[in-house]
Design a protein around this ligand. Structure first.
Ligand code: MCN
Length: 767
């Protein structure tokens, strides 16, 4: 991977992850490694039905079972409901979301009773003694079926199972479609998928009744949000609640929370006065951790005779599940706002409906609506190219936003900060030797091979909102940096050490990075939406600059020089033109904490600063992909022969880690494109609830990739950084599907929905 690196700077260097030593030595600390003294285990008896009324629930025998401390049913925790939802879409209808089922269940896996016992085995044994009778009700699993007339009601109080409708219109799309020389339509049905983090969800909770302090250790991405909501639901002050995310074995967007279990365990430990723990099984994780994607989109593109886009229409139905996650409206909203992609789209008429279904919640997972949007517009572009008999690269060239139009306001109201989309496409085409690839494919087709090329141009909105950072130089001269973001595999300890080292003027080895603990540092936001580098990094730069400037003033006093005559050098300061007159951070910090006359007039003791960084808007990463595939005629097996990928995430902090992030997203994008699919039957039974039924890519399923970097800095943060954590999930699936459809054109195929299983491709070739 190409990267620009200043030899005097740590930002831009491909440094190895400092986290890996402890993780590879098996010394990582995950929630499951915690065993507070006297800790009880919690098991949850969960609904086997997709939709049912509970007609009898008898927990008497379980309460008497060996080791059982307490069995809790819905009526005891009714007061804690409802779980919170971000009501981002006006008029959203929010269904009940009790901690434990309250008379009815609306999805398999909904908790019906909680058993707390001395050991997990005793809790599970007691769960088997609980007698439950259900009256099964009609269920609906698929979003379009849920909105159809006469569909079973997921909740009687929510008419038509519609939680919300959001409409975004811009320009005159009616006129655009009426005057268009070409109109192409496309229906895309995305499969529902699961994140399958290596570490399932887990919670340990402990209450100190004397100090009146509650501590939760959660495998999560947003400790501050969980603290806020748990405190609110339990009626505690936030200062009484501490949430710690220790090492987290993957989150991928689905561990932002809060989930029921966090609230339940908090309440249990306060009530019982003993620590409690809950560790999800893989099956529970499949049933209850939020799924993603699953939308159906009817779309239409209007183009003039030259192939310039005039308008975009889309009708989207997004599944939400039976209970809404906090971020439930996020993915459908992203689906809408990101639909114009990297192109100049003068008019649009887009609507999205959120449909309640008798399934697990459907919410954010790596990409969260961005992949769905990119998939639709990129499939539409290829469909249009075919209709206009234009090369898909040429159609894109005619429509990509030119680099001189930034900041660019899209028809859906988004402000793209910077980028050079045509250059990204041209670089990808050149790196893949596109003309030669096309010629080679012609020759192979003539020999009877089934081969195709797929292109994608994409955008990736990231760095939404704000983040905090805190920097302190201690007496020894070492630096402690605390970020409000919460790492769960990205390598923030390494990345932020590089950022702070440059900004303060020390080495990364001098910087300790702390994250994932609500007791340490200022209020934080959390990690999702590829926001941490740009926002968390931005906050740490701002805080570092304040500390560095103060250090410089103190250094000037100690060196008996004017402030303007002093500059920072690695590890301290010296007088300009007199490098022998220098002073270390240790000496500066010693003076800062000595206080009194050691300090310049007007300065107070201490050497630390906190910052809340909020830019004026998001950063928009971008890029382009060229995929080449072949399909075996006899078996339908898909071979991704080459992937060429240009990603532009502005300034790159650590090229090694950035590349790792792209590879990770690529693997998950390949998973969605080729094999992953959550399946429910019409009764709401989850048919893919284990890793025997749900396919995830193995190492040998992930193709080799050629990655090239571009660096168009974002003007919206001091690092110029943009995010890249989700790029692979956004860019790779449409590139692969475009290539597969290209390969299948000779068979009359115009579209194939994911996953591209061999059977599906084999059937497609049989017409
Ligand atoms: N990076 C960089 N320069 C940039 C951008 C990123 O060097 N300009 C590198 C840094 O090492 C940074 C990492 O890439 O730590 C990711 O940065 P960023 O794109 O800002 O994303 P976040 O740190 O906010 O992480 C969130 C993102 C998302 S949204 C999901 S989902 C995801 C992902 O990161 N989940 C992950 N990557 C994951 N990686 C692991 N191992 N586990 C997950 O659960």
């Amino acid at each position: 991977m190409a990267h620009a690196s200043d030899p005097d700077k740590y930002v831009g260097r491909p440094m190895k992850r400092r986290e890996d030593r402890r993780l590879l030595l098996g010394a990582g600390k995950y929630v499951d490694d915690l065993a507070p003294t006297g800790c009880l285990s919690v098991a949850l008896l969960r609904s086997p039905h997709g939709h049912a009324r509970i007609t009898r629930l008898d927990v008497a025998a379980a309460r008497k079972a060996p080791g059982v401390v307490v069995v809790v049913t819905g009526d005891e925790v009714r007061h804690l409901a409802p779980m919170p939802v971000n009501p981002a879409i006006p008029g959203m209808k929010i269904p009940p979301h009790p901690i434990i089922a309250d008379g009815a269940v609306h999805a398999t896996g909904e908790p019906v009773a909680a058993i707390v016992a001395e050991s997990a085995a005793e809790a599970w044994d007691a769960a088997e003694l609980i007698e439950v009778e259900y009256e099964e009700l009609a269920a609906v699993s698929e979003p379009e079926a849920a909105l159809a007339a006469g569909a079973p009601a997921v909740y009687s109080e929510i008419e038509g199972n519609r939680s919300f409708r959001r409409v975004v219109k811009g320009g005159d799309s009616d006129a655009a479609f009426a005057s268009a020389a070409h109109r192409v339509t496309l229906r895309v049905a995305q499969e529902r998928i699961s994140a399958v983090a290596m570490e399932p969800r887990m919670v340990v909770a402990s209450y100190d009744a004397v100090a009146e302090e509650l501590t939760l250790w959660v495998s999560c991405q947003s400790p501050f949000r969980i603290r806020g909501e748990v405190a609110r639901l339990l009626g505690l002050h936030e200062s009484q609640v501490r949430v710690i995310a220790p090492d987290v074995g993957g989150g991928f967007g689905v561990k932002t929370g809060p989930y029921r279990e966090e609230v339940l365990l908090a309440w249990l430990t306060v009530r019982l006065g003993r620590p409690v723990r809950w560790a999800s099984t893989r099956r529970e994780d499949f049933q209850t951790t939020n799924h993603a994607r699953g939308s159906v989109c009817e779309s239409e593109l209007a183009l003039d005779a030259d192939g310039r886009i005039l308008g975009l229409r889309a009708r989207i139905v997004s599944p939400l599940g039976a209970s809404l996650m906090f971020a439930a409206p996020g993915s459908p909203s992203n689906h809408v706002r990101c639909l114009p992609g990297a192109y100049v789209v003068p008019s649009c008429d887009i609507a999205v409906d959120g449909a309640l279904t008798n399934t697990a919640p459907v919410s954010a997972y790596r990409g969260a609506g961005r992949p769905e949007a990119c998939f639709v517009i990129e499939r539409l572009m290829d469909t249009a190219a075919r209709a206009l008999k234009l090369d898909p690269a040429e159609l894109r060239r005619r429509n990509l936003i030119p680099p001189d139009r930034f900041p660019y306001r899209t028809i859906t109201g988004q402000i793209y900060d910077s980028g050079d989309y045509p250059q990204a496409l041209e670089r990808a085409l050149a790196a893949a030797d596109y003309p030669a690839l096309r010629r080679a494919h012609e020759a192979r087709r003539a020999r009877g091979e089934v081969v195709g090329v797929g292109l994608v141009s994409y955008v990736e909105p990231c760095a939404l909102g704000w983040e905090s950072g805190s920097v302190k130089v201690e007496r020894s001269g070492r630096v402690t940096a605390i970020t409000g973001s919460s790492a769960h595999g990205q390598g923030h300890e390494t990345t932020f050490a590089q950022v702070v080292a440059d900004a303060v003027g020390v080495t990364p080895e001098d910087v300790t990075v702390i994250h994932g603990d609500t007791r340490r540092g200022p209020e934080g936001f959390g990690t999702h939406g590829s926001r941490s580098t740009a926002l968390g990094g931005g906050a740490l730069v701002e805080a570092s600059v304040v500390v560095r400037d103060k250090g410089r003033r103190i250094a000037a006093k100690l060196l008996e020089a004017g402030v303007d005559d002093v500059v920072g050098v690695g590890g301290g300061f010296h007088v300009i033109g007199a490098p022998q007159k220098k002073i270390t951070w240790k000496e500066v910090a010693t003076a800062a904490y000595a206080g009194g006359t050691a300090l310049p007039a007007g300065d107070t003791p201490g050497l630390e600063s906190s910052s809340y960084f909020q830019p004026e808007g998001e950063a928009w990463s971008s890029g382009a992909v060229v995929a080449a595939v072949s399909i075996e005629r006899e078996s339908g097996r898909l071979v991704i022969e080459s992937l060429t990928w240009v990603d532009d995430a502005g300034t790159i902090i650590n090229p090694l880690l950035a590349e790792g992030q792209l590879h990770g997203g690529l693997a998950q994008g390949i998973g969605q494109a080729l094999m992953e699919r959550i399946v429910y039957d019409e009764r709401g039974q989850l048919l893919t609830g284990t890793l025997m039924d749900y396919a995830v890519p193995r190492a040998d399923d992930v193709p080799a990739v050629t990655i090239e970097k571009m660096h168009t800095p974002s003007p919206r943060n001091p690092l110029g950084a943009k995010g890249l954590g989700e790029a692979g999930c956004i860019a790779i699936p449409p590139a692969v599907v475009n290539a597969v459809v290209d390969a299948l054109v000779p068979f009359g195929v115009t579209h194939v929905d994911m996953p591209l299983t061999p059977e599906k491709l084999w059937q497609a070739m049989r017409g």
